[in-house]
Write a protein that binds this ligand. Structure first.
Ligand SMILES: [Zn+2]
Length: 284
């Protein structure tokens, strides 16, 4: 297991995992190895996840992928941040995050999702957590639009989160190509149906998000242009204005790069010399 630590790229994560006396790695799809990802996630077992319940899932909410991953999509749980951050430090913080994950999973299974909706989750501590099987499509309470609907600028309304999806090219299979990363917390502004002040992810969570996205782009042979936020493909405020601004900046989608996407681009470009090596590895 010592070799696992050599694969860790997330300094924050490594510190937190060491503090917890535990270092586990997420299982990659398609026979990939941990070194392909080079980020380490706290396993489902470690955060005491329930077993997935695919047989109890609603149609379309727990389906094994038939097509490759094409997009990495960013979300928030809309969990009250007061339950997640504040006075907590160290192990107490990690226990709070694990409890939050279990609550989210419980809720999602009750919704008929068969498991927690997202493939990866990130806590305010900057810890990355393993979510649902990456070989399974994400679950969602929203209808994802097909690319022909969300890509044209005229169909896109990021400020309000209002995307004309219903009856406008949406189809159940549109969610299939997405791999989802979700930050624990609520990053909506007060103008998005929230009473508490606008709130942004912690620096640690932002760093983990960037590192994870950058690695996943390499693993799945994608580019930063394939990174989306939920509100860009469905009628939702997710992941809240606070996180959306960090991803897109003021220019917004398409083309907008906030501080987070600038860093994703930087990491992605810095590793471009390794890209031929990555593309030669067997990740069908
Ligand atoms: Zn979302």
């Amino acid at each position: 297991m010592a070799s696992r630590n050599t694969t860790l790229k997330l300094a924050t994560c490594m510190v937190m995992l060491s503090a917890a006396g535990w270092a586990g790695c997420v299982a990659l799809p398609n026979g990939g190895t941990e070194s392909d990802l080079r980020v380490s996630a706290v396993s489902r077992k470690s955060w005491q996840a329930q077993e997935a319940k695919p047989r109890g899932a609603d149609p379309g909410q727990y389906v094994f992928r038939k097509e490759p991953v094409r997009y990495v999509t960013i979300h928030h749980t809309e969990s009250d941040p007061r339950n997640l951050i504040g006075q907590k430090t160290g192990d107490e913080q990690l226990r709070a995050e694990e409890a939050s994950l279990r609550a989210v999973q419980r809720f999602h299974i009750e919704q008929g999702y068969g498991d927690i909706a997202y493939h990866f989750l990130i806590g305010p501590s900057g810890t990355l957590y393993e979510g649902r099987n990456v070989g399974v499509t994400p679950a969602s309470g929203t209808v994802y639009a097909t690319e022909s609907v969300w890509k044209p600028r005229e169909n896109h309304f990021p400020d309000s989160g209002q995307l004309a999806v219903e009856g406008n090219g949406a189809k159940p299979g549109a969610v299939e190509g997405h791999l989802t990363i979700c930050l624990l917390g609520d990053f909506r502004s007060s103008g998005e149906g929230k009473e508490t002040p606008e709130y942004s992810p912690t620096t640690a969570a932002q760093e983990t998000l960037v590192n994870t996205v950058a690695r996943l782009l390499h693993v799945y042979h994608l580019t930063p242009d394939d990174v989306l936020v939920h509100r860009e493909v469905a009628n939702t405020s997710c992941p809240g204005e606070g996180l959306y601004r960090l991803v897109r900046g003021e220019q917004r989608y398409p083309g907008g790069s906030g501080s987070l996407m600038k860093e994703v681009w930087r990491q992605y470009s810095a590793e471009s010399s390794n890209r031929s090596q990555w593309s030669n590895e067997a990740l069908p």
